[in-house]
Design a protein around this ligand. Structure first.
Ligand code: NAD
Length: 483
């Protein structure tokens, strides 16, 4: 296999130039599958963020800012084609960097292409309205970009999150500064190279890799940033909101989750089963919308438990490039966190575990996917985000009880309902405290078009779909008096 890194990973993109961090500091990226060093990346600091924000500001007043919406859309469409052409390369980068099994990494790369396509097509379809008003007036609204937008992205789905947030921001004419996660940022850098190749004007996209407490914190608090899109943990999200609040800047927070799937006695179990398991173990459970709680009505409880247990028995865990069902966790630290939760569950009923393949290097960050049954709804494992391949099954008797349990955590990102009765589906969809509700499916094929975001501590603001374009723009009302 040829070296999958086809660019210099040690550089930041500032304006049109790739350059090292001002103080030439670097960080080491490691491969979660075997703990080996992959390469050095730039350790950007406040001064690099400053330069990136200045480059973005300049872009708004030059070539980028002068483009029409249709021209911006065309660039995104070109970028979508370039991403699609490089799906295999991008998937290999992600597999190496995040430990994501190749099949899942490929799906992420295709989603990135699809985001560019969706937002490329949408760029010239956003418009204001005319508003009937007093006699002698014509009133209309304009949708304008915020200006400079900051994008702070986690390591678990870099390509998807970059696609949905940078894609929408560029479609609306913002100039962006991207701070990828320090654990995994190769596809962010690759994406920026492809964006240049697609003809994105200088400064429309700037990339400053670095530590959260340095580059991330500087971007969140920067006085010349007009909007912050943050995806990550609740604790960091609160810090970012506080920092941006100091500048009275709007913030979109896409945070964690403890998402439930509710399985009723009349559910089509054959249809449900793959979704119940996949949504828990995809990306080794390091997914904000992971369905980590499976709530099952008593009549089908034993059947669901046993069928999920059988599926867990088949799960194999191994190095990402060998494309197992489950890859490693991102880091030794994440493995410690997940192991701590597994210990907390030592008094619970473990009904099945997956298998770590014998050829998985000991230096990789592997844990066995673990399925717990009969878990009390108030148990820590049933309330806290674990961010690992761990699911709990919780029994319930009535619809009301299921709803109470489903709504009982601090989070509210995604929920799934498996039931045939239409009235029940509608009642629950209304009463579940969740940004997305899926009926007889979960995840709906990625859902680039579907607005996404949280209730409660899962965050606020919406990304994905058309809704993101409202978030990445602001509305101006023009009232003209002409008599
Ligand atoms: P994290 O909060 O540690 O890091 C996320 C990003 O924030 C990284 O780029 C990091 O460098 C940066 N950061 C860290 N400290 C910062 C600071 N003080 N100021 C500014 N930026 C800072 O989160 P993580 O561990 O990388 O990601 C896991 C979390 O992300 C989970 O809770 C998961 O549920 C959540 N997540 C949510 C979504 C969603 O769309 N809702 C998607 C993916 C992940």
């Amino acid at each position: 296999m040829s070296d999958p890194i086809w660019f210099d990973p040690t550089l930041c993109l500032i304006g049109k130039d790739w350059q090292p961090a001002m103080d030439r500091q670097t960080l080491t990226l490691t491969n979660p599958s075997d703990g080996s060093d992959i390469c050095q990346i730039a350790r950007g600091s406040a001064v690099d963020v400053d330069r990136a924000v200045a480059a973005a500001r300049t872009a708004l007043g030059s070539e980028w800012g002068a483009l029409t919406a249709a021209e911006r859309g065309r660039i995104l469409l070109r970028l979508s084609v370039l991403v699609r052409d490089r799906v295999e390369d991008l998937a290999r980068l992600e597999a190496m960097d995040v430990g994501k099994p190749l099949t899942q990494a490929r799906a992420d790369a295709l989603a990135l292409a699809r985001y560019c396509e969706f937002y490329g097509g949408a760029a010239d379809k956003m418009h204001g309205e005319t508003i009937p008003y007093l006699d002698g007036y014509t009133v209309y609204t304009l949708r304008e970009p915020h200006g400079v937008t900051g994008h702070i992205v986690p390591w678990n789905y870099p390509m998807q999150i970059i696609g949905r947030s940078i894609g929408a921001a560029l479609a609306m004419g913002n100039a962006t500064v991207l701070k990828p996660a320090e654990e995994a940022c190769l596809t962010a850098l690759a994406f920026a190279h492809l964006a240049q190749e697609a003809g994105l004007p200088a400064g429309a996209l700037n990339v400053v890799p670095g530590l959260g407490a340095e580059a991330g914190a500087s971007l969140a608090a920067h006085g010349d940033v007009d909007h912050i899109s943050f995806t990550g943990s609740v604790a960091t999200g609160a810090l970012v909101q506080q920092a941006a609040g100091g500048n009275v800047v709007p913030v979109t927070l896409e945070l964690g989750g403890k998402s439930p799937q509710l399985v009723f006695d009349d559910a089509d179990l054959d249809a449900a089963l793959p979704f119940l398991v996949n949504a828990g173990i995809q990306n080794a459970g390091q997914t904000c919308s992971a369905a980590s709680r499976i709530l099952v009505q008593r009549g089908v409880y034993a059947a669901v438990r046993d069928r999920m247990a059988a599926a867990y028995g088949e799960l194999t865990v191994g190095p990402a490039l060998s494309d197992p069902r489950v890859g490693p966790l991102i880091s030794g630290r994440q493995k410690e966190i997940v192991s701590r939760y597994l210990n907390l569950g030592s008094d619970l009923n473990v009904v099945a575990q997956g298998t770590v393949l014998p050829d998985a290097p000991e230096t990789g960050h592997y844990v066995r996917p673990t399925l717990f049954a009969d878990v009390p709804a108030g148990h820590q494992l049933a309330r806290e985000e674990i961010f690992g391949p761990v699911q709990v099954i919780i029994p319930f008797d009535t619809e009301e009880e299921a709803l109470t349990i489903a709504n009982s955590t601090d989070y509210g990102l995604v929920a799934g309902i498996w039931a045939r009765e239409g009235a029940r589906q509608m009642r629950l969809a209304k009463r579940l405290r969740s940004g997305q509700v899926f009926i007889n499916n979960y995840g709906a094929g990625g859902g680039v078009e579907l607005p996404f975001g949280g209730f409660g501590k899962s965050g606020h603001g919406r990304e994905k779909g058309f809704e993101a374009l409202y978030g990445f723009s602001q509305l101006k009302t023009v009232a003209a008096y002409h008599g």
